[in-house]
Design a protein around this ligand. Structure first.
Ligand code: MN
Length: 203
């Protein structure tokens, strides 16, 4: 298989009480696995593509053969998005940002509370399934959303962090209360990993 699902880097219950173990189990083992399976299924029709990373397929989506382009966009996006998502969270995470991203948040948003408010309000308004993103865009931080599993790489942008607002990410615990999930999610974030991604974004 060209693409593989990495094990969750912590226990399924490790993000309790903010994200419950059943949600984490279904989300990683079923939803993410399905994106990986569907991506591999598509690549079987064009095996030469399997030598590229999923990120590179998204960056160059218009070079992907048309018969599998939508499947790669959706499921390659699903794979890349969730691979990021597991690593930007950790047990005992959250708190105030640290490092260079903390400085940049102050510079571009004033303070962490103002940044969080803007991120949560923007992401809460994403109609239907999608993601809220923090991007590095033209030398400053920017907040945006995408529908479905669209990754910002499709537009040549690199996501420093993203939060999943598909109902499968929160519905068992938060039901229709997406804003409550968005508020609680910050207690899981892994600022060390987000700083690594910020560094990567600037390359
Ligand atoms: Mn998801």
């Amino acid at each position: 298989m060209a693409y593989e699902l990495a094990p969750l880097p912590y226990d399924y219950a490790a993000l309790e009480p903010y994200i419950d173990a059943v949600t984490m189990t279904l989300h990683h083992d079923k939803h993410h696995q399905t994106y990986v399976n569907n991506l591999n299924g598509a690549i079987e029709k064009h095996p030469e593509l399997g030598k590229h990373t999923a990120e590179d397929l998204l960056r160059n989506i218009n070079s992907v053969p048309e018969d599998i382009r939508t499947v790669v966009r959706n499921n390659g996006g699903g794979h890349v998005n969730h691979t990021m998502f597991w690593t930007i969270m950790k047990p005992g995470g959250g708190g105030e940002p640290v490092g260079r991203i903390a400085e940049q948040i102050r510079k571009d948003f004033g303070d962490f509370e103002a940044f969080k408010k803007q991120f949560n309000e923007t992401t809460a308004k994403q109609f239907g399934s999608g993601w809220g993103w923090l991007l590095w865009d033209g030398g400053k931080l920017a907040i945006t959303t995408t529908p479905n599993q669209d990754n910002p790489l499709l537009q040549g942008k690199y996501a420093i962090l993203g939060n999943d607002v598909w109902e499968h990410a929160y519905y068992l615990k938060y039901q229709n209360r997406r804003p409550d999930y968005l508020a609680a999610w910050w207690n899981t974030v892994n600022w060390e990993e987000i700083n690594k991604r910020f560094e990567q974004a600037q390359k």
